[in-house]
Design a binder for this molecule. Structure first.
Ligand code: ATP
Length: 289
């Protein structure tokens, strides 16, 4: 019988292991629970594993069996309807390099914002209008001629057209001006409060997030160091803001790394016959979904 420990979590990761190719595992026995309707910040130094974790949660890497990485109680990788029906949405790397692509091959063309946004089928017209207005998109924009921030707005709009249940954001506000960023954060907050959506947001920009986020997950070198409600974060009482708290964590992290490695040698990957199996963890398979 299936052992379900997700306890109603929107996101449940149980004993996850993941490594790129035959490298030392980035994640080793990684666990995570994120409750419905939470707005969770994913925090960590450069290279700590935030993007990789979000991609795994988005079903882009096949990791472990069906019960290791679960979103809305389904397997993030195997249950493809999660992404197809829009319940699970991921907004990650920008279109700066690839306006459109087939795998890694960029497709070049003259697309208008209107062409892209109205090309998405089954969308509630009122939601579409609201997003176009919120993101201040000019439907006549030619996608190969607009600025990075304008292109990013169209990308965000496309990603939000369907009313997601779980949204994974990998630093999507970096190209946006301050007004667009704050409006978007307000929109996300309303989506969680009104529809019970869950958001995980990886960022290095903490401005305005103390009152926006409900939870925080802090990872260091693929290790879940802290999962906490923001209201229960004791450090926020002794530091002026979240930025100072995170700065103190990352500074002390450098000292830990200098003194001892986080992963004991026993956790370092050994080459096994499974490495050459087509069923090992693989990012390549995700390109064909
Ligand atoms: N395609 C890849 N192949 C091999 N190693 C990779 C690949 N992508 C990421 N890594 C490694 O995995 C680790 C985690 O990278 P990841 O991009 O998840 O970090 P991050 O926390 O998102 O960093 P940042 O804050 O800089 O965006 C890094 O050490 C990185 O070098």
């Amino acid at each position: 019988m299936e052992d379900d420990k997700s306890n109603g979590s929107s996101i449940h990761v149980n004993g996850m292991q993941f490594s790129y190719d035959s490298q030392t595992p980035l994640f080793f026995d990684f666990n995570l629970n994120i409750s419905p309707a939470s707005r969770c910040l994913l925090i960590g130094a450069n290279g700590s594993g935030k993007t990789t974790l979000l991609k795994i949660l988005a079903g882009k890497h096949m990791v472990g069996g069906r019960d290791v990485v679960k979103v809305l109680n389904f397997s993030a990788f195997h249950d493809t309807h999660l992404v197809c029906n829009g319940d699970l949405a991921y907004l990650g790397e920008s279109w700066n390099k690839f306006v459109g692509s087939a795998g890694e091959v960029p497709l070049q063309g003259d697309f208008s914002a209107e062409h892209m946004i109205f090309g998405v089928e089954g969308v509630d017209p009122a939601r579409r209008e609201k997003l176009i207005e919120l993101l201040d998109i000019d439907l006549q924009w030619r996608m190969h001629k607009v600025s990075d921030g304008q292109r990013r707005r169209v990308q965000i709009c496309l990603g939000l057209l369907h009313p997601f249940k779980v949204l994974l954001l990998d630093e999507v506000t970096v190209d946006l001006d301050v007004v667009a960023r704050m409006d978007l954060l307000d929109f996300f907050k309303a989506e969680c409060e009104q529809r019970g959506a869950t958001i995980v947001y990886a960022t290095h920009i903490f401005d305005g997030l103390e009152t926006w986020a409900t939870h925080l997950v802090y990872i260091q070198d693929g290790v879940n160091r802290k999962t906490e409600k923001l209201s229960e974060l004791t450090e926020l009482k002794s530091y002026p803001n979240l930025l100072s708290v995170v700065k103190s964590w990352l500074r002390s992290e450098t000292k830990i790394e200098k003194n001892k490695p986080l992963n004991p040698p026993s956790q370092v990957a050994k080459s096994t016959p499974f490495d050459s199996s087509p069923f090992r963890s693989s990012r390549h398979m995700a390109y064909y979904r």
